[in-house]
Design a protein around this ligand. Structure first.
Ligand SMILES: [Fe+2]
Ligand SMILES: [Fe+2]
Length: 158
């Protein structure tokens, strides 16, 4: 889906769903990620309603770990393709590298764990952090309630 410029009203809505420190991190995302996370959150809200704010926060923050890799839009396309070409064992080894492109690719592929760690250092709720960590895992391994996880993941995939 092509990135859409967010209105002041949209940004205000995002800030109302997050803590101050979460929102500060969210604003650091590139436009494409902001727009993607906003759409995922709105879609999730339409599926599960307003009661579960921790999961709306999870939708907004699910890809926050991608910040660490420092890739821009084109770098991300490249990173996504690279991650599908190289085996996960190979990418796993790149995590040991101090820096460089391969380390950045490893960080990108590892964005759920990196994002969860980042949120642990903030004031995020446990259920928010859990979904960020689990959002690319198989359904069988989720500890997030299935019905919520299904809403979040279907919102992320279209
Ligand atoms: Fe992701
Ligand atoms: Fe996503």
């Amino acid at each position: 889906m092509k990135p859409k410029q967010l209105s002041d009203e949209d940004i205000h809505w995002v800030s109302s769903q997050l803590s101050q420190s979460e929102f500060t991190y969210w604003t650091k995302l590139p436009l494409a990620d902001k727009s993607h996370s906003f759409q995922v959150a709105k879609q999730t809200q339409s599926l599960i309603g307003d009661r579960e704010k921790v999961f709306i926060a999870a939708a907004l923050l699910h890809d926050i770990g991608k910040l660490e890799s420092g890739f821009g839009t084109f770098g991300r396309v490249f990173a996504t393709i690279s991650c599908s070409i190289f085996s996960s064992t190979k990418i796993e080894k790149w995590k040991l590298k101090e820096k460089g492109l391969r380390r950045r690719l490893a960080d990108y592929s590892n964005h759920p764990a990196i994002g969860a760690d980042l949120l642990k250092g903030l004031d995020s709720e446990e259920q928010t952090i859990t979904w960020v960590l689990e959002h690319h895992s198989e359904k069988e391994k989720w500890t997030t309630p299935k019905i919520i996880g299904e809403a979040l993941s279907s919102a992320d995939n279209d």
